[in-house]
Ligand binder design. Structure first.
Ligand SMILES: [Zn+2]
Length: 625
């Protein structure tokens, strides 16, 4: 995939490479909507650790591949969120169910624990340029507007104070990691077919431009640093990155390089220890955590994390970068390109769970990189899905339904009426719970439940195809839907419309059964408004199973049938009920809707009923179970 990444990047110079492009297969060049911006950062950072401050200087090369003339370029200034009365602070104090990690902590930060980031000088080429900051966004006015296809060289100098750790980044997290440096530098906002993405930093989900980062951090020799990218000078740095002795005084100049990433994160602590796992694939896994005897789970983590990397590479697509680093830091788990920061003092199962989740983000947040503020389910939901698949295999648990917890969480929200549509912007849900359960659990359900329509093999093949066609291209919902439609040959508009833009759910009931001397009639009723195909299993008293598949009209076809499965006429969504007539009349049969538990049916008490023959028996939901 490194080659693909390079190829995708090269495609931005299509005006130069036009003659070459005609020889390249089209799918490898798929980009929505055919262009994306490009950027490279070279940074020089000097850290004053005792003051929790640093100064930064960077050269940015920005290429405008859009069809638009750009007069200004906005930057994220995330650290400014950690000040009393910031939007993040006020939002946290007014939302009904605040994140416990934030609560009112920002409001109470003394000055020397607040965060700030101040750009002191901006130049474009050799010309001084105005930089106007307000809250967590700063606008650079270009002395000369940037035409389509042109590039600009920007230089920024800035000073920053690292906030006391409240959410994700900051100094001294709850486990004593001194510096969690995430969302820490002036980061150019993404510009795409929607325009600029200048979301003020409220607390969640990120979006960025792919490019190369060359970052040099000057820091007291006592600290070990882990971060995005490959360390270029391990011999100088020591600290277990090489056999060289670690310098004991002065600064170490840590030099990291990362190619084709959309962000850069790092963490530093004097107590960090470092382990390395070399994978057969050529990827190097680094593990960096505080040296503490209570952290035994970290001894067992590397082998399992290696299996996770292999699992995701096999089931989604090849991991494209040379390394990945699991770093203790932050306040839970948060994904960044080529690394993650996770809370460290956990038991093995918890440490593996968070690591497996954050590593899976490398595929959906790092390589596919959907705008996760707009389409949070495509990042958190898909990440959670593959994480659940891996953990079920790794721990040999939940084998029947690895996504049991996601279904349960989503359905609890459905039942108590707190759901909000998945099309809601991540920052704008009324409650944190509706966001969390929607993005993670309903997103996971959405992907798993696709099997009910198109079958497991098309769904699984579609995930790989999605990765192949959309890596390094910021796909959106329609792109994903189209991949699944091409893979299955079915029409999926209705499913995605309901799942994303409504809060309708699935509930199909067995509403009546009538048995005659030679036939059985089963009436189904759609109580939930979301129409899905229905699988119906009759189990006879002697244990035979008779499976039936009832497609929806709107899919214009059906998934491949299982061995012995009977195809029934499709069920139009306009029709509240559907009757199945079977030429059997046997004692002791059981009939069950959705025996594989693919659908998130909100009420399973009306999904299964036993009946005996020779009688005309009417059964209504809520009765016999
Ligand atoms: Zn996540």
């Amino acid at each position: 995939m490194a080659n693909l990444a390079a190829a995708m990047k090269a495609s931005i110079y299509h005006h130069i490479l036009f003659l070459v492009i005609v020889f390249v297969p089209c799918t490898g060049w798929a980009q929505y909507p055919g262009w994306q911006q490009a950027i490279d950062y070279t940074m020089d950072i000097t850290v004053d650790a005792p003051q929790h401050q640093y100064s930064g200087s960077m050269d940015v090369t920005y290429v405008n591949n859009s069809p638009d003339v750009l007069a200004r370029i906005p930057f994220h200034l995330f650290f400014n969120a950690f000040q009393p009365e910031s939007m993040m602070d006020v939002r946290s104090r007014n939302i009904a169910d605040p994140d416990r990690r934030v609560g009112d902590r920002i409001a109470g930060l003394p000055e020397d624990e607040q965060g700030w980031i101040t750009v002191s000088r901006a130049t474009v080429g050799k010309t001084e340029a105005a930089f106007d900051a307000s809250g967590t966004i700063g606008w650079l006015t270009l002395p000369k507007a940037l035409a389509p296809g042109k590039k600009v060289k920007i230089h920024l100098d800035w000073d920053a104070q690292v906030p006391r750790q409240v959410r994700r980044s900051g100094w001294m997290n709850a486990q004593g990691v001194e510096f969690s440096m995430t969302q820490w530098y002036p980061k150019v906002c993404e510009y795409d077919h929607h325009g600029w993405h200048t979301n003020p930093y409220i607390g969640r989900e990120f979006h960025g431009v792919w490019g190369d980062f060359d970052v040099t951090i000057h820091m007291d020799a006592a600290y070990m640093i882990g971060g995005t990218g490959a360390l270029q000078n391990p011999e100088e740095c020591g600290h277990g990155y090489s056999d060289a002795t670690t310098p004991t005084s002065g600064n170490i100049d840590w030099h990291f390089v990362a190619e084709d990433v959309h962000d850069f994160a790092w963490a530093a602590d004097p107590d960090f220890v470092h382990k390395v796992l070399e994978m057969e694939s050529g990827t190097t896994l680094h593990f960096i955590h505080q040296a503490d005897t209570s952290y035994g789970a970290w001894e067992e983590l590397p082998a399992i994390a290696g299996r996770a990397l292999e699992y995701y590479s096999e089931h989604v697509g090849a991991y494209p970068w040379p390394q990945y680093t699991v770093i203790e830091g932050g306040d839970g788990g948060m994904e960044y390109p080529m690394c993650t920061l996770v809370r460290g003092n956990r038991n093995l199962r918890s440490l593996v769970g968070v690591t497996a989740h954050e590593m899976a983000h490398a595929w959906f947040q790092g390589i596919l990189a959907t705008n996760e503020s707009l389409h949070e389910w495509m990042d958190e939901g898909f990440t959670s899905w593959i994480e659940s698949e891996f953990l079920a295999k790794e721990f040999n648990e939940s084998k029947d339904q690895p996504h049991y917890w996601a279904y349960g969480g989503y359905l609890n929200l459905v039942r108590d009426g707190g759901e909000e549509p998945l099309s809601t912007h991540a920052d704008h849900y009324v409650t944190n719970r509706a966001y969390g359960t929607g993005a993670y659990s309903k997103g996971e359900v959405l992907l798993n439940q696709l099997a009910a329509i198109i079958g497991e093999s098309a769904r699984n093949a579609g995930i790989k195809r999605y990765f192949d066609e959309w890596s390094f291209s910021h796909p959106g919902p329609v792109d994903f839907k189209r991949v699944m439609e091409r893979e299955s040959g079915l029409e999926l508009d209705t499913y995605f419309q309901y799942m994303l833009n409504s809060t309708h759910h699935v509930d199909v009931a067995l509403s009546a059964v009538r048995i005659t001397s030679d036939s059985t009639y089963i009436e189904l009723e759609r109580i939930g408004k979301l129409p899905l195909p229905v699988d119906l299993r009759i189990t006879t008293a002697d244990g035979r199973t008779l499976d039936h598949h009832i497609p929806q009209v709107v899919t214009q076809g059906h998934r491949p049938l299982e061995d012995g499965e009977q195809l029934m006429a499709p069920w139009p969504w306009t029709h509240p009920t559907y009757t199945v007539a079977l030429p059997i009349s046997e004692p002791g049969c059981t009939v069950e809707i959705d025996p594989r538990r693919w659908t998130a049916d909100a009420d399973r008490s009306n999904n299964k009923v036993s009946f005996s023959t020779g009688l005309i028996q009417e059964w209504k939901s809520g009765g016999e179970q």
